[in-house]
Each structure stands twice: as structure tokens, then as C-alpha cells.
Design a protein. Structure first.
Length: 195
């Protein structure tokens, strides 16, 4: 009986301490937000810009839009300082991200905040039927054709055309006579050049 009395008050104390911790921790998080509350961002882009769920246009969805001139409380900046975390009540968790080039930060320096984890897409076990239909093979019921040998090759025969050559001067005679004419012209030009 004494052991039960000792465990029961200890159990009640542990539950109270855990409950108190759950109440105090959110207040500490709010205190960090309030400590940064002097820092604000002003939208300086000429058109409305998207508020994202995280610091990326690829991995995080659009959770809202803000107009030029809107002022929002700033909570932090991404590790690359390309995105600014702001308090945005319409976003899940009340936090959104704006592209830093489109806003102006005033009222202090922002601390670096780690981005939220990206959502992983759940893979489905089903296969697209259109895609699968492209790979369905239906065997043909007919037999494949057999090999048929080609017709035998006949060698081509060529006739000797040297006997039907036209008669006339041989090519060597023409070359020899043109060489003699060239030598004669050269000799005459040398003789005329010395005079």
C-alpha cells in the first residue's frame, strides 16, 4: 500500500510537469517571434507576388498572394538569404516565405531560419494503362517465313574495245610534236631577248 501511495503522487507530478512544459514551450516560440516583431518586410515589386510554403518555387506550394506596398512581420531569412520568412495567417502554421528580391527588410537584422521539410510524393503502385499498352506484345499465330535462296549470280562479261579503236595519230606523236614546238618558241624568245 505504501508503494502505491508513493507512485501515485509521482505520477501526478510527472503529468503536471509535462503539461506545464507543453504550455510554456509555445510561449517561448511566440517570444522568439515577438523578439523579431520589430523587423518588417515591405513588398516593393510592382505586381502582386506569391507567398510560398517554403523557400523554393519548385518544392513548396503557393499559400497566398500579397500586393505591392503590403507590410508583413518578418521572422527570418533562408540560409542562402534568397527568401524571407514572414508571418502570414492564411498559410498553414501561420508562416509563409517571400522571394527576397521583391521585398525590402527594415527594422533590424533577420536570423537564419532552416526551411521546412519538403513534401515527398507518395509513389503509386498502379501503372498508367496507356503507357503499359505500348509494351503489350501479342504473338502472331502464323509461322515465320522460311529462308529462300536468291537466284544464282551470273558474272558479267565485257567485250574488248581495243580492236575498235579509231585509226589516226598516236598520242605520243602529238606530245612529241608539241614539245618540239615549245622548245622552238623558247629558243626564239631567248634570241630576241638578247638583242
Amino acid at each position: 500500500m505504501k508503494k502505491i501511495r508513493f507512485y501515485f503522487p509521482s505520477l501526478i507530478a510527472a503529468v503536471l510537469i509535462a503539461g506545464l512544459g507543453m504550455v510554456i514551450l509555445p510561449r517561448q516560440a511566440r517570444a522568439e517571434v515577438e523578439a523579431q516583431s520589430g523587423v518588417v518586410v515591405t513588398v516593393i515589386y510592382s505586381e502582386p507576388i506569391n507567398v510560398r510554403g517554403g523557400p523554393s518555387t519548385v518544392y513548396y506550394p503557393i499559400v497566398g498572394r500579397v500586393s505591392p506596398g503590403d507590410v508583413l512581420p518578418a521572422l527570418g531569412v533562408s540560409p542562402g538569404r534568397e527568401w524571407v520568412q514572414v508571418a502570414y495567417p492564411d498559410a498553414p502554421g501561420g508562416v509563409g516565405w517571400l522571394y527576397a528580391a521583391y521585398v525590402s527588410v527594415s527594422g533590424g537584422e533577420l536570423r537564419v531560419v532552416e526551411p521546412p521539410p519538403t513534401q515527398t510524393q507518395i509513389a503509386t503502385a498502379t501503372v498508367n494503362p496507356t503507357f503499359a499498352a505500348a509494351f503489350i506484345f501479342q504473338p502472331t499465330a502464323t509461322r515465320l517465313p522460311t529462308f529462300t535462296p536468291p537466284p544464282p549470280l551470273t558474272p558479267q562479261s565485257f567485250s574488248d574495245t581495243s580492236s575498235s579503236r579509231p585509226s589516226g595519230l598516236a598520242a605520243g606523236v602529238i606530245v612529241f610534236s608539241l614539245t618540239l614546238i615549245g622548245i622552238a618558241v623558247y629558243t626564239i624568245s631567248l634570241a630576241l631577248g638578247r638583242q
